[in-house]
Design a protein around this ligand. Sequence first.
Ligand code: ADP
Length: 445
Amino acid sequence: MPKHIRSAWFKTLGQLVLVLAAAVLLGWLLGRPWPVVTLAALGVVAWHYWRLRKVLIRLTARQRIEPAHGAGVWNELDRLLYRSQSEMRARKRRLLDMLRAYRAAAAALPDAVVVVDRNTQRVQWFNKAATTLLGLQQQDLGGPVSQRLNSLSLSHWLAAGRNAEPMLDAISPADPDLRLNLRLIPYSDQYWLLVARDVSKMLRLEQMRQDFVANVSHELRTPLTVIHGYLDMLDPTDFPEWAPILAEMQRQSQRMTQLVEDLLTLSRLEAQDSLPDESVAMAPMLATLKREAEALSQHRHALVVQDEAGCDLWGSNKELHSAFSNLVSNAVRYTPVGGTITLTFAREGDGAVLSVRDTGYGIPQSHLPRITERFYRVSTSRSRESGGTGLGLSIVKHVLNLHQARLEIESEVGQGSVFSIHFNPERVHPREPASASSQLQGHTA
Ligand code: ADP
């Protein structure tokens, strides 16, 4: 027991002893000691009850307890209560200040932040930016979030909950000129954070970049055609000493034309949200790819086509052909003479997979994550030598995105690579009889 508590106890006990002694003395003087002592003892008990009542009343009424002066256990209890009350108040004030600072920071964020109750999906809190970006008003507090943000068709997205992918390009319900990037972050068992970021400026810049590339490519096309045309008219036999230079000029202008064509293809694909859903007959497609590979390979490789799926696809004939032929031409160009290129179309569950396997140079693992970026090459010199533009796999990726398909690359340096395109079941349909008959032609082509 601390010293001051012990002395308070002694003081109280001392008071009791003094009162009882005085009562005994008074009782003895009056000649009736017991009634006086009993009365004094009752008085002491009553006084203690009165102090206890006072403490209880103060605590129940949450009254501010004043620091007590004087000694004794009751004063000591008052002092202790006052101390713990002051400490609690200070802690509460600190917490409130902290909470206010957090709220002020969240309110000042340029992104819209909305706290949504996970079970009821009602708005619990939102910051200032949520008013400008999402149009939420004070009266929306406590209301269902999907009803307030109806135009964003949030309900489906909220239902997906934790697994929801960010909504990348949504039109703001507050201003149709604003484009938003929405994310749902579950931050506790009870609450979700809905964060909306204004990406209008970024999208405008991206659009400007796309327009610039498309315009430059388009403008380069005509002068290149003229240069190409004049170069074709020049006969190297007329200028034997210029023959190698002319051949190089022709090769380079061809490369530039291919580059411009690929850039235009990419711009066209980027500008599209979806492609026509045609029936893509895979047997003739595989036959065409084989013919193209043979033309490129010039009998330097063995070419094998395995058509095992017995189904066709839904998609754009033109774009899918461009994606497949990019993979096939890469396989030919990055496989040394004598290698084998195998083109397989097979079922994969209810979906389908088209894979292009080669026994070529292969790609080091470290390059695989970036291989589909524009102009990304494992070896610039080898790509140039083989007539590559560095845009082929970018085109493949864009075409596949528009078909909700996935590209998988497996590769081992010195052993070869497998590029597989995985199609969802929705993209697959049974082969039509006409296409089945051309399958035979495909195999004999
Ligand atoms: P490029 O026009 O240079 O071929 P791509 O975008 O088609 O551009 O390919 C990017 C890079 O990926 C190529 O430069 C090459 O290094 C590598 N690559 C693509 N396909 C293969 C393959 N089948 N085998 C080995 N490397 C490949």
